[in-house]
Design a protein around this ligand. Sequence first.
Ligand SMILES: [Zn+2]
Ligand SMILES: [Zn+2]
Length: 177
Amino acid sequence: MKCPTCSSKRTASVSLTDGLTAQKCENCDGQWIPHKNYEAWQKSLTEIQAEKPFTEVQFEVEDQTGARLCPDCGKILLKYKVGHGLNFFVDYCSACGGIWLDKNEWQALEAQNLHDELHRIFSTAWQKQIREENLAQTMESVFKKRFGEESYSKIKDIREWINEHPQKDQLLAFLTE
Ligand SMILES: [Zn+2]
Ligand SMILES: [Zn+2]
């Protein structure tokens, strides 16, 4: 394998977890998971393993920028944001399904228990959810700035209370009278 990040050819087979092998670049510590490896591992997973709780460990992740080519089929790798508390991108080959992880990304995914859901990160539904999460966070900071921390927290409580009230419509009508 030629490393898509640093072009090194010094690679070694490594076991990411039980039943999943990747090619690791010995120069930059990035890891390539061929689609067939990932698929076979997914099939072997049991429900019990998926129930593992989150751990609080943080990993330093060095996201590399720049275009990369798939080491298996030569197509351009696409970047997908992970989200859910992880602020980095995973590279994915939409042609052959291979996955590229930079140094420590696997460990970070594993700590958040997202490693066995890697394939879902590349789905439209996952990406849409992240955009909505980001938008909600942006709006929150906009309103905080506009109203001030204290008023914002107060108006948020009121909004919540109204939304859950059985006479919501009447309350709103009263407020805007
Ligand atoms: Zn490398
Ligand atoms: Zn490929």
